[in-house]
Design a protein around this ligand. Structure first.
Ligand SMILES: Cc1cc2nc3c(=O)[nH]c(=O)nc-3n(C[C@H](O)[C@H](O)[C@H](O)COP(=O)(O)OP(=O)(O)OC[C@H]3O[C@@H](n4cnc5c(N)ncnc54)[C@H](O)[C@@H]3O)c2cc1C
Length: 429
């Protein structure tokens, strides 16, 4: 969906290389993309004819087990961090697909299995090292360049190239996971139960629902394959004995089929969705938040399954709350913490000739849901045709972000992102 042909790719090995690449591109006015994991749904980490600053050689991770702190370089994938931190029995809260880049995910916010217990990824960052548009290196933390520290926690790649993150780590090595599939009338029923249950759920419990067509795979009962389902994943992080009654309760709220319960390693959890999102597939997404998820919106989503054009497309339903919601909204630039229901309409298909059908299905469903959504959007779930929604993503934080952008990148050198344009200077008017 975002196949482009850069003129030059700078495969940077260290901060000095990044500085040299930024200075050379700025001096010649070359359009420049920054690439960590390359998962930008909008295709921002590549460009036609310009420069790509590719950070994939910068994947070092350092762990201080005793202090439960870590540092990782700007080209790390989530998997690079998971493998290194698990050697010490620690985790950095991030996303659910291990080949996603950490930089893009963390700079936009970052949520995954541990968000309710330990907060967003950006809430767990204590310091950034960044190369600015003039090629200098700055540090941002609670004491140095505090406005930049605020902006980098949610404001995306707008301000410069982050070459290192200093982060908090938490002890987790295994988790308990329950899974099941709800069919027929139970699909709407389980979404309503989920909506009613999650606001009072303990932080250790993460319950996600995916509305989709059941895949044709071994662990799905044969009579269910190809039928619309609500696929539920109920995760307990903590003592497995405590997990049992909590998982049993959730899995008894409807009559799921193909139910499994297992204790699995953190690394297994973090890689179990990898194959569903392979490189080279076509993806398109639209998402939004709900303060309250009304029955009408639930019915629209469930009914849309009847016409879904691709068997790998999913309507992802997640509930934030927990630790992420306890951080005050003005503490970071991240878009929204007050609307806990996050809905992500994620089309996933293989053939370019099916583009129109898949895009139309997502857009149609989104338009139907939008009137019930709360204003706001998570920047990392935005496609490339939604630039008009960037101010909506930040709302009351917008002016402050524009100030930070204007200070660190007055000429908008870093513009291949969900862009926050700087104020126009006198010479630009
Ligand atoms: C399969 C898949 C699964 C996903 N799962 C999750 C999930 O579980 N949770 C979640 O929160 N999000 C998830 N996302 C969304 C994800 O957070 C964004 O796509 C994110 O931008 C990916 O980061 P990246 O480094 O791979 O992207 P890239 O395409 O490399 O970069 C994305 C943006 O960040 C900028 N950027 C990259 N590196 C740097 C840097 N070092 N300094 C400054 N700017 C930089 C780029 O210029 C670009 O604008 C997923 C996306 C996909 C495709």
């Amino acid at each position: 969906m975002a196949a482009r042909t850069p003129g030059l790719i700078a495969r940077c090995a260290d901060v000095g290389d990044v500085q040299a690449a930024v200075r050379a591109a700025a001096a010649t006015g070359l359009v420049t993309a920054v690439r960590c994991g390359g998962h930008s749904l909008a295709g921002f980490s590549t460009c036609d004819g310009g420069l790509v600053i590719d950070l994939s050689r910068m994947r070092q991770v350092f762990v201080d087990r005793k202090a439960r702190r870590g540092r990782f370089a700007g080209g790390c994938l989530l998997g690079s961090i998971d493998v290194a931190t698990q050697e010490h029995g620690l985790v950095f809260p991030s996303g659910v697909v291990s080949h996603t880049g950490a930089s893009g995910l963390v700079l936009g916010g970052g949520f995954g299995w541990l968000t309710r217990l330990h907060g967003l990824s950006c809430d767990n960052v204590e310091g950034f090292t960044m190369v600015t548009a003039d090629g200098s290196v700055v540090r941002a933390n609670a004491k140095e360049n505090t406005e930049l520290f605020w902006a980098l926690r949610g404001g995306g790649g707008n301000f410069g190239v982050v070459t290192e993150f200093e982060v908090k780590l938490h002890p987790v090595t295994s988790v308990t996971l329950g899974e099941g599939l709800c069919l027929g009338d139970d699909i709407s029923g389980i979404v309503r139960s989920w909506r009613n249950f999650m606001p009072g759920a303990p932080d250790n419990l993460k319950w996600n629902l995916n509305l989709r067509v059941a895949p044709n795979i071994e662990n799905v009962p044969a009579h269910v394959r190809g039928r619309p389902v609500a696929s539920e994943s109920v995760l307990w992080i903590g003592d497995p004995d405590e997990a049992r009654p909590n998982l049993d309760h959730v899995l008894s709220l409807c009559k799921p089929v193909g139910v499994t319960r297992k204790v699995l390693s953190y690394l297994a959890l973090q890689t179990m969705a990898d194959d569903e999102f392979p490189h080279g597939r076509r993806y398109y997404t639209k998402s939004g938040y709900f303060k309250h998820l009304d029955d009408n919106s639930i019915e629209r989503m469930v009914q849309a399954l009847a016409t879904v054009p691709s068997p790998t497309t999913q309507i992802e339903l997640a509930y934030l709350g927990g630790a992420a919601a306890r951080i005050a909204s003005e503490e970071t630039a991240f878009g929204d913490r007050s609307s806990p229901f996050v809905i992500n309409l994620l089309a996933n298909w293989s053939d370019a000739s099916d583009d129109d059908a898949n895009l139309a299905w997502i857009r149609h469903l989104f338009e139907a849901l939008r009137p019930s959504m709360a204003p706001g959007i998570y920047v990392n779930f935005m496609s490339g045709d939604e630039n008009d929604r960037v101010p909506e993503a930040y709302r009351e934080r917008w002016d402050r972000l524009v100030e930070v952008k204007s200070h660190y990148d007055p000429n908008n050198f870093f513009r291949l992102n969900q862009n926050i344009p700087p104020k126009k200077t006198a010479s630009q008017r």
